[in-house]
Structures are given as C-alpha cells and as structure tokens.
Design a protein around this ligand. Structure first.
Ligand SMILES: [Zn+2]
Length: 96
C-alpha cells in the first residue's frame, strides 16, 4: 500500500511525532517554551505567539500557575520580546 505518498492527509495521520505535538496541551507547551527560553521575562501574548496559539487565556492560566511556584515569577515588567510593560513571567533558573 502506498496511499500515503498520494494522500497528504493520510501521511500526516501516520506521523506520530506531529500527532503527539498536536495533542500536547497549551499549558504544557507554554511551560516547555518558558523553560527553554533565554533568560528574560515574557508577556502572555508573546508566549502565545511563540507556541503558536491564539488562546491567550490558557497561556495566562499557565503563567499564573507557574508564577505561584518557586521556580518562576510573574510580575509587572518589560517583556523581553515585545518591550511592552505588562504582566510578565520569568523562570528563576538559579533556584535549584
Ligand atoms: Zn511580549
């Protein structure tokens, strides 16, 4: 069977890594991105953009949750990406 070559949809369906990425929640993606981001602080809007979602409320819920944990903080500051002064999240890498 070689339907996959002719049918891009079928091909996408068999791509396991892509499927896993799609299933990953916005919260997981936001957290992962922040953990991998360069030092700095980032607003929800930029994080949403970076992980490719329009759902800023989910991103916000994630950063609020992260901000209550010791390893990160959420505060009013200047976003390292867009330069806006707003609520930003940063990961405290020296914590551990
Ligand atoms: Zn920003």
């Amino acid at each position: 069977m070689n339907d996959e070559a002719l049918n891009p949809t079928a091909r996408r369906r068999v791509s396991a890594p892509a499927r896993a990425a799609k299933r990953k929640s916005i919260a997981a993606k936001a957290e992962e991105w922040l953990n991998g981001a360069a030092d700095g602080c980032y607003c929800d809007e930029c994080i949403a953009q970076k992980i490719g979602t329009d759902d800023r409320r989910k991103v916000q819920a994630t950063t609020i949750r992260l901000g209550t944990q010791n390893a990160s903080s959420k505060y009013h500051g200047r976003c390292s990406l867009c330069g806006q002064v707003t609520l930003v999240t940063s990961i405290n890498r020296n914590w551990i």
